[in-house]
Each structure stands twice: as C-alpha cells, then as structure tokens.
Design a protein around this ligand. Structure first.
Ligand code: ADP
Length: 638
C-alpha cells in the first residue's frame, strides 16, 4: 500500500528552481495538476494521522483525533470509509411483528437485497389487492343485479354496494402492514458509509420512531413503518464521525458506547410523550468504526468510559497545525489549490502567480519560521473567495490580484471584530498613538486565532496603608500580579522607591473583549509600573508585546504577526517584540512601511526605547543593564 505522502505531483519540475514558491513546478495553472482519486491521497501533511487511519481501516479500529478545526479530521474520517471493504455492506429491514405490534422485527440482508425484498412484497400486495378489487366488483355487481331484478329496489342495492366497498377498503389497509420498511438501503452505495453525526440530536444519532396522531381506527400507520434509522445504524460497516465529541450529551455518549460494545442498538421513540416511545425494535446492527474528534478540552470533557473504550480498542492521534516548508510540500500546496478548485466545481483555474500568493499566505498563517499552516479549511476559504471574485469579474483564470483582493475579504469574524473595535476606539480617542504619558503603555493582545488588538495598560502607584498590593481589573489580576512580582525583583534593585509600601493599580483599558489573552503583556505591565514609579513618560507611538522573566529577559509570545498588524492599524510607528519571535514575523506588505519592528531581549532595551527624556532614562536603563541574573539572586536573598 502506498501512503498518500508518496503520491507525487505529475508535472514537470525544474530542479534548479526548487527554492521558488512553487517548488520548481513548471505549470501555467492548476488545470495542469492532477488530483488523486482517493481522498486519503489528497490529504496534505498529517502524515501520522494518515498512517493511523490506513492502519485502523485495515484492522477496523476506532480512532480519536485531537487537533485544531479545519486541519482535516473529517476529511480523514471520510477517507477511512473509502478504505473499508464495500463488499460487507448490508441493508436493514424492519417488519411488522404480528405477535406484538410495538416490537417490530429486524432483518439484515446483503446490500441491494433490501430493495428487491420490498419490491417483492409490494408486488404481492398489489396482486392481492387486484384480486380483492376484482372480487369486490363482482360482489357489488351481483348485489346490484339482485337488488334490481329480485327486490326491484335500486336504492337498497346502492347502499349495500357502498357498505361492501368501504369494508374492502378498510380491510385492505391491513395488507400494507406486510410490506417491510427498508431502514438502511445500501443498494447504490459504492464505498462504505460515512456518517457525520457532529452535533446530532439524540434522534438523529440513535434513531427514532415517529409519532402517530391516529393511533387507532384504521387510520394509523403501522409502527414498523414509523421507525427511522439513526447515524449509528446508517454507519453500519462504515465510519461514524463525531466532531466536538464532548458536546454530545452524556446520555447519548453512554448509548453510543453501548452501540459500540454490542454492535447493535434497538430503536425507540426519543420523545417520551409521543406514541413512538411505546415502540421498541429488535436490535439494529451498529457495527461501525468510530472516529471521534475534538480539541484538547474535548478529550477532558468526554465520557471517560467512552474515551477508554476508544483508546483500548483503537488509536489516538494528534493533528499538526503546521508543517515544514519544503519544495515538495509547496508543490503539494499547489495541488491543494487544484483540489479545492476541483471540489468546488465552479471556480476558474488558478494562474501560477495566484497559487504562489496562496502559498505565501500559508506561510504567513503558520506564524512559525519555515513552516506552512495546516489549517486548510480556512486556506480553502481563501481559494474559494478568490475564485468567486474572478468569476464575478467574468475572468477565465484566477490571478494574483484576485487572491490579494480575497485576502481583504476572507477575514475571520475575529479579525472583522478587531478592525471594527480599532475603528471605534479611534472615534472615541481611546487610542493614543502619539506624545508621552506617565504610566500608560500600548500593549498588544491576540483575539481569537488570527487577529490582534492594541490593549493599553495603565499603572498608578499610591502609598499603601498596609502592605503593598497589586490591584488589577478583571480576570487579568493573576497575570498582573505575576508580572509585577517578576518586575519587583528588578525594581528593588535599582529604584529608591520601596514598592512593598505602595499599592500598584493596574488597569487594562477596555478589556470588555472576549478571548483576549493576558500572558504576553508582562513587559507592558512592567514598563507601565516603572514609568509610574519613576514618574517618567512613555512613548505612546510605540506598542509592545513580550513576556518577562525574573531576570529581566524578554521571552517569546504567540501571535506576533497579528499583534504587529494591530499596532500598525492603530497608528503606532514602532513596535517592540521579543527577539526570539523575530523569525515568526510575516506581516503583509502593506504594513511593512507603516511600522518599525524592534526586536529586544532584555527589559532594559524596552525601557530604552519606550521612556522619555535622556537623562532620567539613561540612569534607569544603566541601572537595569547592570542587573544580571546573579545580582538578582543576591537581591532575592537579601
Ligand atoms: P476538521 O474536521 O479538522 O475540522 P475538515 O476535514 O472538515 O477539518 O477540513 C475541511 C476542508 O479543508 C476539507 O474538506 C479540505 O478541503 C480542507 N482540508 C483540511 N485539512 C486538509 C488537509 N490536511 N489536506 C487537504 N485538505 C484539507
């Protein structure tokens, strides 16, 4: 068996030009790139998960996939269904049970047989009905004839004929009850089923029996005809995929586990007050392979027994968020664009330059040096928006310019919110991006996954009544305390002020935003506190992000690219980032000229750039520079 990773692109490659964006692919457009037939061969990266899926398909094991959204979990689950043997597929029929109408019988037959059986029953019922109808008309004719000839009263004849007609109609309903209900039909299925039960309610997952408003009097629908299959039954011999497994209610998780253990699960009405709840079928086969997915928390909140069931009888894999940027990988990304175009079916082919722009974006979104993002659902979104723009213009190819336009449009909700937020704050002049101010620093934070916002921090120092306290707003209290603690060792060393006798108030201006992470704000807090303590102004045209160690080292943080862009959009001229993050910077061209990026590795450099006034600043910075790890340890002892 060849692994998907070995499926090379069948196009000419210029070995000399491997370092360019297309990895040396000699093509004019995506039209020249062949898309592999098997889904498993279309998967980009995720080599480990792909190997596991291939192995698990062979062994019919369950798989738990942990990872970020849009990295290919459902794609792999679907790919797995293509790898399962389709010969084993079955149809499931539900029959009326003459001994107990509320306990329909269940029969399993090879795929394709189900339709034939139902047809045969229908044919038989039709013949029987024809016979009956024929008989009925004969009797009616005889009665009418008798009434006319013998009694001489046609009215009595018509009334009698009417009664006979209704009696036949009524009793013929009974014969429909003999036709089985084809619950699961795999007649036209070429590959093993793939059922996505993500977010399914109990009925859709476990099956249901419809309510019958006419429960008697000859109008009722026989109970076996009201039975509906759930995802677990439709997935029989195939794959049941459940993403965000933890959001499934606990009862459903328990039942899912029973279905996995028993390989069969009876169907009953899910709504307790409906007449369907009285019906319970014989067990219906649920011999599926389960692919459960989610992020890390999903695992923690998942029913422990279900998790151990999957773990004990299957595999757990992690999905990668990024992959190393090699020429071969970039060629695969070119094929990814071709795949997305083929999948959509309406998009024009992409020109080579347009593909290059998508690959550049994959680099930029990786947020990591020499890597490409594997959050390919979003990248696929960019491909579609680019294609739609081209289509809107009536262009027959997607060009680089279309992709550039699309980048502006395919912004995530968080990005749009962040932009809107920056705009509104500009209106209210909450944003300060010029002059100097004591105790106020423009910090930066990440919102959602892919956008940054400027988050100013204000610090004020007041003499304390008791022992000095750090007072911060909201959920950032802990982070603020930690940042102050780290910086206090440093401050102790050089400042005349004794911060243990002061209250330090820290305010995060407008933290009403959801999903703002405070972790990376510690150099911001430190700078604000030092500025407030020493009464020295901070440059407001500067923004910063970075974490701080007790030794005054500036440590790397996440999301630098988005943060830098947010600083630029907010009107800042300069932005301080940790030196260790320098390689993660992949800002868009439009921002490159708007803002100067200053990588730093020690808090003394931060203050050097941020604080006002040469003289005071110099002495502060000098004092800070002398602080080394060993000096601090001594300070700590003393
Ligand atoms: P998940 O289940 O992890 O949220 P999906 O499998 O639904 O993500 O991915 C959505 C779409 O994004 C896929 O249908 C495919 O077009 C694209 N995609 C995601 N990951 C990959 C990948 N690793 N290789 C190729 N395409 C991918």
């Amino acid at each position: 068996d060849d692994l998907g990773s070995d499926v090379e692109i069948e196009a000419e490659i210029d070995e000399e030009a491997e370092d360019d964006l297309l990895g040396g692919l000699l093509i004019d457009s995506t039209g020249e790139i062949e898309v592999p037939d098997r889904l498993v061969d279309q998967v980009i990266g995720q080599e480990h998960a792909r190997d596991v899926v291939m192995k698990a398909a062979k062994q019919r094991r369950h798989v738990m996939m942990i990872g970020s959204p849009g990295t290919g979990k459902s794609m792999l689950a679907k790919a797995m269904s293509e790898l399962l043997p389709p010969e084993e597929l079955q149809d499931v029929l539900v029959y009326h049970n003459p001994d107990d109408g509320n306990n329909p019988k269940v029969r399993t037959v090879p795929a394709g047989k189900g339709e034939q059986i139902v047809e045969a029953h229908k044919e038989e019922a039709r013949k029987r009905n024809q016979m009956r109808t024929f008989l009925m008309w004969i009797i009616i004719a005889v009665v009418l004839g008798y009434a006319l000839l013998a009694i001489g009263n046609i009215l009595i004849g018509i009334i009698a004929a009417g009664i006979i007609y209704l009696a036949f109609r009524y009793s013929s309903r009974g014969s429909d009850a003999m036709i089985p209900n084809l619950l699961v039909n795999n007649a036209d299925t070429k590959t093993a089923p793939f059922e996505d039960a993500t977010g399914a309610h109990a009925g859709a997952l476990l099956g249901d029996v419809r309510h019958d408003p006419f429960q008697s009097g000859g109008m009722e629908t026989p109970s076996h005809d009201r039975v509906e299959a759930g995802g677990i039954h439709k997935a029989n011999k195939g794959v049941l995929f459940v993403d965000e497994i933890n959001t499934l209610d606990i009862r459903s998780q328990q039942k899912l586990m029973t279905a996995i253990q028993e390989g069969a699960f009876s169907i009953t009405g899910q709504s307790e007050r409906s007449s369907g709840a009285m019906v319970q079928t014989e067990p219906v086969p649920t011999d599926f392979v389960m692919v459960a997915a989610g992020n890390l928390d999903a695992m923690e909140n998942m029913h422990p027994a279900l998790r151990s069931r999957i773990k004990g009888y299957g595999y757990e894999v992690y999905m990668d968020d990024t992959i190393e940027d090699t020429p071969e990988m970039r060629r695969k990304y070119a094929r990814f664009v071709a795949q997305e175009v083929a999948k959509d079916g309406r998009l024009p082919e992409f020109e080579a330059e347009a593909i290059e722009e998508v690959i550049l974006e994959a680099r930029r979104r990786a947020g990591r040096k020499d890597h490409l993002t594997l959050k390919l659902r979003n990248l696929g979104g960019l491909v579609r928006v680019s294609g739609d723009i081209a289509r809107g213009e009536g262009a027959d190819r997607v060009t680089r310019d279309h992709v550039l336009q699309a980048k502006g449009r395919s912004r995530s909700i968080e990005q749009q919110l962040a932009d809107d937020y920056i705009e509104r704050r500009k209106d209210y002049e909450l944003q300060v991006a010029e002059g100097f101010q004591v105790g106020r620093v423009n910090g930066l934070a990440v919102m959602g996954e892919d956008s940054g916002i400027m988050l100013p921090v204000m610090a004020e120092v007041t003499p304390s009544q008791g022992p000095g306290q750090v007072i911060a707003t909201g959920q950032l209290q802990e982070m603020a305390e930690e940042a102050v603690q780290n910086v206090s060792a440093i401050i102790k060393k050089f400042s005349d002020e004794d911060i243990t006798e002061q209250d330090i108030h820290i305010q995060f201006v407008q933290t009403g935003q959801q999903g703002v992470d405070g972790d990376s704000a510690s150099i911001t807090v430190a700078t604000a506190v030092i500025s407030a303590l020493e009464n020295v102004g901070v440059d407001q045209s500067l923004a910063m992000t970075g974490s701080l160690s007790v030794r005054g080292d500036v440590l790397p943080v996440g999301g630098v690219t988005h943060k830098i862009e947010a600083a630029a959009k907010s009107g800042c001229d300069r932005v301080i980032i940790p030196k260790a993050n320098e390689q993660d910077v992949m800002i868009e061209d439009e921002y490159e000229e708007m803002i100067e990026i200053i990588p730093v590795s020690h808090i003394s450099e931060v203050l050097d750039y941020a604080l006002e006034g040469e003289a005071e600043k110099d002495s502060l910075v000098d004092r800070l520079k002398n602080i080394t790890g060993s000096a601090l340890e001594k300070a700590g002892e003393g």
